[in-house]
Write a protein of this length. Structure first.
Ligand SMILES: Cc1cc2nc3c(=O)[nH]c(=O)nc-3n(C[C@H](O)[C@H](O)[C@H](O)COP(=O)(O)O)c2cc1C
Length: 203
């Protein structure tokens, strides 16, 4: 009985807050149904530039990443992709580190350990929010740069609408620490940091 209770408490704690040891993170399966009616979410979508330090829980993070860039068919995603090149990678910047979102396995692959949120942009709020997403294009996969930028827009709008639906706050950012992130993540010359997006709770 006590063992069961202990396991239940451990499970609850692990799913409540994104508290990780700095290794890869296995996300809980995304919940792919429900949410606010689309027109209500459209009515609420807006950019927010003041964030509380409140953390995102693992389930919300998983749901958000699926809504942004998950698969809704065997090899196709919730967003369209020019010539289906799927050239955008989402890097997830959390307090614990920077991770590559692997939508196939629903995991976050650790790329750099440590808190680099403030380096993802020039605006102060980027350090307060629990999540900044980096949109990084693989130019050797993309049909061209315009297509990669366009593909980013779909992902970004999905995050905006997910946030509106879930009572979260967000802003997409062209002001992103491109050079710093490029160096830190040891990207190749064919990879380009295009945009960033901040997510959290409005202050
Ligand atoms: C490509 C793009 C880049 C943007 N870059 C920034 C940015 O660096 N910082 C920022 O605070 N907002 C940025 N925004 C958000 C816009 O300022 C915002 O969408 C606009 O003011 C309209 O406000 P709304 O989103 O609340 O409707 C960007 C938006 C887009 C589409």
């Amino acid at each position: 009985m006590m063992n069961k209770l202990f396991l239940l408490i451990c499970f609850f704690l692990s799913s409540v807050v994104v508290a990780v040891s700095g290794q890869d993170i296995s996300l809980p399966a995304p919940v792919t149904t429900g949410g606010m009616p689309l027109k209500d979410a459209l009515s609420k979508r807006q950019s927010v530039r003041a964030y509380s330090g409140k953390e995102l829980n693992m389930q919300t993070l998983s749901d958000l990443l699926w809504a942004a860039y998950g698969f809704n068919r065997a090899d196709k995603r919730v967003v369209p992709s020019s010539q289906n090149r799927q050239e955008i990678d989402l890097y997830v910047v959390l307090k614990e580190g920077i991770y590559l979102y692997d939508a196939k396995t629903n995991q976050l692959r650790l790329r750099v350990k440590g808190d680099y949120r403030k380096d993802t942009g020039t605006q102060d709020f980027v350090a307060d929010a629990p999540l900044n997403v980096l949109y990084i294009a693989n130019m050797d996969k993309a049909s061209n740069r315009d297509a990669a930028c366009t593909d980013c827009g779909y992902i970004s709008q999905n995050i905006y609408l997910f946030c509106a639906s879930e009572g979260l706050a967000s802003v997409v950012r062209g002001s992103v620490g491109k050079e710093k992130m490029h160096q830190l993540l040891q990207l190749t010359e064919k990879q380009e940091v295009l945009l960033a997006q901040t997510v959290g709770f409005a202050k």
